[in-house]
Design a protein around this ligand. Structure first.
Ligand code: GDP
Ligand code: MN
Length: 390
């Protein structure tokens, strides 16, 4: 789960990371008021969306008067901001962060991620920040410093100091960097984060380190024990198809194609999507209905897939171990009738109670297309899709 920049700054600041003073606004008038309240003579106005790359997309602006703050905020509110990291629809701007402008001498990059190879938290840092890490890895890979943290010891002070030196920091900046690194590490570990990124971490004109941007993501499987994090969720930033599916315990990821997929097991779902591509089609989604799927659950899966207007054909592929083919077949028939379907549905069943499942499909009197193997199912789904699209 992602959170907003201002929320990440508030959390990191609690752990000891220095951040600029700022205030949140839900309207242009409030944004102007925030600027007056903060005082000073320059403010940065920042669209709060779950995406980076806002600066380049026109979502961040340095303003010199409170009228300018208000007017720029007015152009942002309600807008769908499209960045390099969003899809073509972008993300809606409903909250704006106004903070006192910082005077920047240098921009650094700092990230904490889970390194799957070492199974540990890894720190990635560079003295040349500001741009996205993906671009940095291409344009300036030599500047990247990596450090793995031993979970039994935590981030030791000497390690943090070593990293600060490697980034070319001097004098009092070393101690500030040690504080920032240890704070981020503790926030990551104590709150079940999966990512902490400060980009840019700046050196101000006075030589102090300040986090100008902050990003945090959290492990959704741990949210049950982090209610204070769970409440930071902002559904306006999520793909509505995915949030609705999640509410029903279905694992769903929306994609750009037109063949809807209802499959059990993440591995089989991935394989089925590959087979659809191999047969010349494009999957509309990833959907894992899980084990022990009742007819009701299958109907819910149909509703979820059909909420995507691009879907022309549905492919149901079940390899039943814990599941029962007859239940899934009943669910398919029920969904077809209840939802008044007219689109082609290809059904491939294998495993527990497969004979009964096939019998239900074949005697339903509905135009369901039976398939024997995964390859057969993918080919039939693509052929049906091509007939419609032609
Ligand atoms: P992102 O583009 O979504 O990553 O948003 P950032 O918060 O990183 O802001 C983008 C860029 O705006 C930064 O890299 C800075 O160059 C600039 N910026 C942000 N805050 C300030 C500030 O207080 N002063 C100045 N001069 N520039 C800023
Ligand atoms: Mn940034």
């Amino acid at each position: 789960m992602d959170i907003h920049e201002y929320q990440a700054k508030e959390i990191l600041s609690r752990f000891g990371v220095p951040v600029p003073r700022g205030g949140l606004a839900y309207s242009p008038e409030q944004a102007g008021y925030r600027a007056r309240e903060l005082g000073g003579s320059a403010w940065v106005v920042k669209a709060q969306i779950h995406s980076g790359g806002r600066g380049a997309a026109g979502g961040v602006k340095l303003c010199r008067t409170d009228e300018e703050v208000r007017d720029f905020a007015a152009t942002l509110f309600g807008r769908q901001l499209v960045t390099k990291q969003t899809d073509a629809n972008g993300k809606g701007v409903y909250r704006i962060w106004v903070e006192g402008a910082s005077d920047i001498a240098q921009e650094l990059y700092l990230g904490f991620v889970l390194d799957r190879k070492s199974e540990r938290i890894m720190i990635v840092a560079s003295a040349h920040g500001g741009m996205e890490i993906e671009d940095l890895a291409v344009s300036d890979p030599a500047s990247l410093r990596r450090m793995v943290v031993d979970p039994a010891v935590g981030l030791a002070e000497y390690q943090a100091r070593e990293l600060a030196f490697a980034l070319g920091l001097r004098g009092g900046q070393i101690a500030q960097m040690v504080t920032i690194l240890r704070a981020c590490y503790r926030a990551y570990r104590d709150l079940d984060a999966t990512m902490v990124e400060i980009n840019p971490l700046v050196i101000t004109g006075k030589g102090d380190l300040v986090a100008l941007d902050a990003k945090m993501s959290f492990d959704t499987n741990a949210l049950f024990r982090r209610p204070e994090i769970a409440e930071l969720r902002d559904r306006s930033q999520e793909d509505p198809r995915e949030s609705a599916a999640g509410d029903h315990g279905l694992s769903y990821v929306g994609l750009d194609g037109d063949i809807g997929c209802i499959i059990n097991g993440a591995g089989l779902a991935m394989a089925s999507m590959d087979m659809i591509k191999l047969a010349g089609g494009e999957p509309a989604n990833f959907l894992d209905i899980g084990g022990g799927a009742s007819p009701e659950r299958v109907v819910r899966a149909f509703r979820t897939v059909l909420a995507d207007r691009n879907v022309l054909v549905i492919l149901v592929n079940i390899f039943a171990g814990i599941n029962r083919c007859d239940w899934v077949a009943e669910g398919v028939v029920q969904a077809y009738r209840e939802l008044g379907l007219t689109l082609p549905v290809v059904v491939r069943l294998a495993g527990t109670n497969v004979e009964e499942g096939r019998r239900i499909v074949d005697t339903s009197g509905l135009p369901l297309i039976s398939a024997d193997t995964l390859a057969d199912a993918a080919a039939k789904a693509v052929a049906a899709r091509n007939r419609i699209a032609a």
